[in-house]
Design a protein around this ligand. Structure first.
Ligand SMILES: Nc1nc2c(c(=O)[nH]1)N[C@H]1C(S)=C(S)[C@@H](COP(=O)(O)O)O[C@H]1N2
Ligand SMILES: [Mo]
Length: 262
């Protein structure tokens, strides 16, 4: 048996393959693709653009990573703080609204409202923690928007809370920093780009459909961003921090695209 056996292309693991499909589909859907020759944006074309050869597992992984990072840059470049996601009316609401998490509904964390404190840290002048009553007293906004999950469903819901950009300014956040990171009451964590954090429709949501956010939808609060896919919207937020160090995210660290625009 010679040791010159050709390297075989191994199929990426299921999560990578899923992430690849999402990213490549998004890449093809991008308006920016018109900048390129349509034909170059095949898998082979993307491999060429990213300077990767798909000859073994680690190069496939490297390729996936590169496509995803290219995708982040294109999405960040196309993102406009002024472009609003579509809004809907009461009659469009999806009932019942679906629950989703990386675990079943019986394992939803139950956060105690009386002892809860939201910790705000990192690049902010007002490092402190907030009680729920203090947060509920902040300016109120509502939205009826569509939540899109990469698992292939979408649903229209109504959320109430406080505009996140105004909250960031109130806590003296350095809005020239790159990221806002979140830690949740389950093992979930996420991070977003500053332009999305400051987008007018980004809401720190305490309510679902006019009532206190129920446990399954993220009590005591979730970040609701109609400009981003479902997995970018953290529920059960316990801590948030402003940073220039890339914090990643629960699904992102398993291969999903970080920008995650919808
Ligand atoms: N803390 C936490 N946040 C989370 C998740 C999770 O598992 N834990 N799942 C994400 C995903 S993939 C989706 S689609 C939405 C689901 O939100 P919903 O239960 O309000 O529909 O929450 C997102 N935020
Ligand atoms: Mo999702």
């Amino acid at each position: 048996m010679s040791n010159a056996e050709p390297k075989r292309v191994r199929v990426p693991s299921p999560i990578d393959r899923q992430a690849l499909a999402i990213d490549v589909r998004r890449e093809l859907e991008m308006p920016a693709r018109r900048l390129f020759n349509r034909r170059i944006l095949t898998l082979g074309g993307l491999a060429m653009l990213s300077g990767c050869t798909l000859s073994d597992d680690s190069s496939v992984e490297h390729f996936l990573e590169k496509v995803s990072r290219m995708n982040d840059r294109v999405q960040a470049w196309l993102f406009s703080g002024a472009r609003l996601a579509p809004t809907y009316t009461e009659s469009d609401l999806t009932r019942p609204f679906p629950f989703n998490a990386y675990y079943g509904i019986e394992d939803v964390p139950h956060v105690d409202a009386s002892t809860y404190r939201l910790a705000v840290s990192g690049l902010v002048t007002g490092k402190r923690s907030w009680t729920l009553d203090e947060l509920y007293a902040l300016p109120h906004a509502e939205q009826i928007t569509r939540h899109i999950c990469v698992e292939g469903w979408s649903a229209i819901g109504r959320w109430g809370g406080t505009p996140f950009g105004a909250f960031l300014r109130r806590v003296g956040a350095d809005t020239s920093a790159k990221y806002v990171g979140f830690k949740c009451a389950d093992d979930y964590y996420e991070s977003i780009d500053m332009p999305t954090a400051l987008h007018p429709q980004t809401l720190l949501a305490f309510e679902y459909d006019g009532r206190r956010l129920p446990p399954e939808f993220g009590f005591p609060m979730k970040l609701r961003m109609p400009t981003k896919l479902g997995y970018k919207n953290p529920k059960h937020i316990m801590e948030m921090f402003v940073t220039n160090t890339y914090p990643g995210g629960y699904w992102v660290d398993q291969g999903y695209n970080w920008f995650g625009g919808s």
